[in-house]
Design a protein around this ligand. Structure first.
Ligand code: HH2
Length: 270
């Protein structure tokens, strides 16, 4: 018998990429003032969480120099902490020193697409009393799309996330989100499968983050080549993720996502 997924009210995490080369908004918010204005706009649109990244992790991206990543994200996080009390702030980084500086500047959470694999990362988050988003990614952004074959996609992703959550709790971290990493070493067909697997991941006991926004699989499903024009398709993925119980939606288009969620929830839950 089909059991409907539990009612969901996902929080929107608005994305701020302080980068010249992010796949959908590279260069748009490279100046701190532009990044800060964009974050304030996303909060006005209803985002309750802002994620600030200084390194693109799109497929094939080259790693950025650590000093440059620090220069991009730390002033933006410090300014947002002062201007947006009550909004959760995360730094999207794989580097321990960037995480440390961002936490000192006022970030609450480290959003780590490598799930805390850098030496000292989990201890750094624990020492700050901060939270962590642990995301599944096979390999590195530069090479992750070369081999996207899985014998058991959902089993492998879930087992990896369970192992990283155990490592995080062993390091002393108490606040954890899990993310299956849509587009990170996944074939196009895998991404919808992982959205349907949200209840399996949530059964590990931690809330789930889903980042489908503007990604290539949305373009493949809709025929839209320009990432900035994938809003309608991204909203479709967001509603599907909400229906399967996602706790947090990482999105570029907050206003569109929230309006769709309001109608979706009113119709489904009353
Ligand atoms: N996706 C991207 C970056 N960080 N973090 C989490 N937790 N989940 C995701 O799905 C995720 C993420 C890639 O998107 P974006 O930041 O827009 O692009 P880029 O990496 O090119 O800056």
């Amino acid at each position: 018998m089909f059991t409907p997924p539990p009612p969901a009210r996902p929080v929107c995490m608005g994305v701020i990429n302080v980068t010249p080369d992010s796949f959908s908004d590279g260069g748009a918010h490279l100046a701190p003032a532009d990044a800060i204005a964009r974050a304030e706009q996303l909060v006005a649109e209803g985002a309750r969480w802002i994620d600030v990244g200084g390194e693109s992790t799109r497929p094939g991206a080259a790693p950025v120099d650590e000093a440059e990543e620090l220069r991009r994200v730390v002033p933006v996080i410090a300014a947002l902490r002062a201007r947006l009390p009550g909004v959760r702030l995360s730094v999207d980084t794989r580097r321990t020193e960037v995480a440390r500086a961002a936490l000192a500047a006022g970030a609450d959470v480290v959003n780590d697409v490598s799930a805390g694999r850098a030496p000292g990362m989990l201890a750094c988050v624990a020492a700050a009393g901060a939270g962590v988003v642990l995301m599944h990614m096979r390999g590195e952004p530069g090479t992750m799309q070369r081999d996207t074959a899985y014998a058991d996609l959902v089993g492998e992703v879930t087992e990896h996330l369970a192992e990283r959550a155990r490592a995080a709790t062993a390091a002393g971290i108490r606040t954890i989100w899990l993310d299956p990493g849509l587009g990170f070493g996944k074939a196009p067909v895998d991404n919808p499968s992982l959205i349907r697997a949200i209840p399996v991941i949530r059964a590990l006991g931690w809330p789930v983050v889903i980042g489908a926004s503007r990604k290539r699989f949305i373009g493949e499903l809709t025929g839209e080549a320009d990432p900035a024009r994938r809003v309608f398709g991204s909203v479709g993925a967001a509603l599907a993720a909400a229906s399967w119980g996602a706790d947090v939606l990482r999105v570029h288009d907050v206003a569109a996502t929230i309006a769709a969620l309001q109608v979706f929830q009113a119709c489904r839950d009353g």
